[in-house]
Design a protein around this ligand. Structure first.
Ligand code: NAP
Length: 246
């Protein structure tokens, strides 16, 4: 559907869930996908993409390792010649009511979901500025838009991504680099399977389209924003939430 041939894309959190789906979708449209994940998961993901006939490479990356994150874009350019698309997807939850929330759970969520995106984008911008073009897409959440009890840390991190992207979009627009956010609703992955049954049903009942989102629903939106066809869209928050929040 989109032609991403000759594009090089970095996808964080590519081991499973939404990141895995984004990596597969971008690769299927012709991009060379650098699948970044912790430990051996990167190799496994890249091998699966290669076995499916796509172009892929593996990058072992914990996004809370600041030095490794800052070095990643340069290493990709050294190996593949360029970096066109950054998908900052890796994310965690550490849910708790605020009065009981431990400082370490606040810090862990902000470090993984928000600070890693800052570090990655800052490093990826350099080659994109030289190339006079690029795509930066952060995976936020409907929770960053509407809030959710028990997720002050997660909501703050995901809302932070929206402000970050809108500000950065204005900084780099003159160099044809777009910065956008995809905000999924409730998507069927390990993250939502960890929610207990009652809450899960409560959430699902709030979705006008009557079903949870799929990894492919989110990957399709990300792929569009990564494409040339989306070159006039920047600073945008694309909700992929079945209508649960507009
Ligand atoms: P998931 O199935 O739990 O997968 C999370 C991914 O993030 C995994 O690949 C995980 O790697 C990776 N990750 C976590 N911490 C990391 C770290 N320090 N360094 C590198 N990778 C790390 O979750 P998901 O549902 O696919 O979520 C993907 C993104 O979508 C997240 O940002 C999440 O907040 C967002 N989102 C999800 C939903 C939803 O309903 N599922 C809704 C809105 C937004 P490992 O395999 O190594 O743990």
């Amino acid at each position: 559907m989109f032609n991403l041939a000759d594009k090089v894309a970095l996808v964080t959190g590519a081991s499973r869930g939404i990141g895995r789906g984004i990596a597969a979708r971008l690769a299927s449209q012709g991009a060379t996908v650098v699948a970044a994940a912790r430990g051996d998961h990167a190799n496994e993901c890249a091998a699966a993409l290669t076995a499916a006939g796509h172009r892929a490479d593996a990058l072992s990356l914990d996004v809370t390792d600041a030095a490794a994150v800052e070095a990643a874009p340069g290493a990709i350019v050294a190996r593949h010649g360029r970096l066109d698309i950054l998908i900052s997807n890796a994310g965690i939850t550490r849910d708790q009511l605020l009065v009981r929330m431990k400082r370490e759970d606040w810090d862990a969520v902000l470090a993984t979901n928000l600070t890693a995106t800052f570090l990655l984008a800052r490093a990826a911008i350099r080659p994109m500025l030289k190339q006079h073009g690029g795509r930066i897409i952060a995976v936020s959440s409907v929770v960053g838009q509407m809030g959710n009890a028990g997720q002050t840390n997660y909501a703050a991190s995901k809302a932070g991504l929206i402000g970050f992207a809108k500000a950065l979009a204005r900084e780099v627009a003159s160099r044809a680099i777009t910065v956008n956010v995809v905000a999924p609703g409730l998507v069927d992955t390990d993250m939502t399977r960890a929610i207990n049954g009652k809450t899960h049903v409560d959430w699902a009942a709030q979705i006008p389209l009557g079903r949870l989102g799929t990894v492919d629903d989110v990957a399709a939106a990300v792929c569009f924003l990564a494409s040339d066809e989306a070159s006039y869209i920047t600073g945008h928050v694309l909700a992929v939430n079945g209508g649960m929040y507009t």
